[in-house]
Design a protein around this ligand. Sequence first.
Ligand code: FES
Length: 302
Amino acid sequence: MQTTVLEKIEPVADGVVSLHLRGTGGPLAPWDPGAHVDLALPNWLTRQYSLCGDPADRAKYRVAVRHDRLSRGGSEYIHLFLTEGHAVDVSVPRNNFPLRPAPEYLFVAGGIGITPILPMLAAAVEAGASATLMYVGRSVATMPFTEELRATHGDRVHVHATEEHGRPDFTALAATLSSRALVYACGPESMLDAVEAAFPAQRLQVERFRPVAKEWAPSKPFAVHCARSNRTVQVGADESVLDALNHAGYRVPSGCREGVCGSCEIGVLGGEPEHRDDIGAAPGRMYCCVSRALSPDLTLDL
Ligand code: FES
């Protein structure tokens, strides 16, 4: 964790504030567009937010937070109680949504989903790529950073307010897509479902706030061998590997506990994991808050 202080909190749209978090112990850890951090809030909750500032500015991070009416305590605490001067511990950035090189990009953002897209668009433009942003929201007043985007990127940015214009026609948009373009999308589930239905999967990268609903066979108990400590931990049918490890005394970090943030990633040295996350684990890795075992046991790098 890195120690920061909340230097500024300001409204950037109806129901959305941005937080400027200044490092207090020298330069903050570097990050690339698409990255997110865990914020350890003073009310003991940990929440993930995409970085939406300037990656070249190692003195501070910027994130933006929508006040979720169904808040489980994270956004509500930030909106109602977090004030300038508060100390906030921030994790090292992780990136599950990296920008691949391409000559052309189409970015699609829905509401607060603009946060990872904002630095991605800037990086694409800086790299000399042709880049367009379709920014969708209920109304302009609810959409953060519209002024900043227009001032910086002008005609590249198309703001689409659904209250005025209805839902965007992603199929028509896909029909105009250059064969050289990659598509990056972040926003609410309904928008991402429509985007996935319209654009070719091999050229599309999406980032979700929530896991996709999936059906799994009933979970079974299994064992995990922790290779470095030479211990075996039993994982019950009703518990996660993460919980079993933490109960056994291992300090495995976690954030979302839903397989979308990446903070519980661990190395797998043997056995076959059943990947239940929405990130896409690299070979030899697993997200232990949701993933389990297809083999009778797993050997972990712990
Ligand atoms: S805690 Fe977020 S992916 Fe496991």
